[in-house]
Design a protein around this ligand. Sequence first.
Ligand code: HEM
Length: 164
Amino acid sequence: MGVDGANEESVSHEEGSGKGPTSRGDNDKVEECDLQHLHYLKMVVKESLRLHPSVPFPSPLECMEDTKVVDYDIPAKSRVYVSIWSVGRHPKYWGDDAKDFRPERFKNNDVNFNNAHMEFISFGAGGRICQGMSLANAIVELFYANLMHAFETLCMRLKPSACV
Ligand code: HEM
């Protein structure tokens, strides 16, 4: 689903064309060791996970004791649902263009989904954060990089002049 989101958004996102993963040399495929060089691809994947989290509503949490969150009194034993989808699109944290697909928003900042930034919780947060986060991110990046690489190769074969 992360790949779905990235693909759908990239196709309709002209600004990003030409900045995409692109090929690494003349290799047939992108390898895991190439990923560290594909900075724009990493931003595309992050932006896709922000706008299209595969798990928009994780399992509910149960409040262990009476708690106050902002103006809300939450009694013990309440079930609390956190909308990952809404947090990822909230203008208070992501600005007025929160709903736009703009990978560049991750340029020159360290905002990530690694449990350190509560505005970016596509893999959940806290002690129950997704155990497969690193694996899932690597798979999505690798899959997407290879998809783009194959597309570029095909494009070069069909119409080289259109692929500069
Ligand atoms: C893009 C792919 C994925 C996304 C967006 C994702 C997202 C999530 C989310 C939001 C949760 C709930 C966290 C919470 O309740 O706070 C979760 C839980 C979990 N995920 Fe993932 N996940 C992905 C892929 C994977 C993969 C590939 C694995 C395993 C190889 C995995 C293993 C788990 C496990 C074990 C939990 C339960 C953690 C717990 O309750 O303690 N996930 N994931």
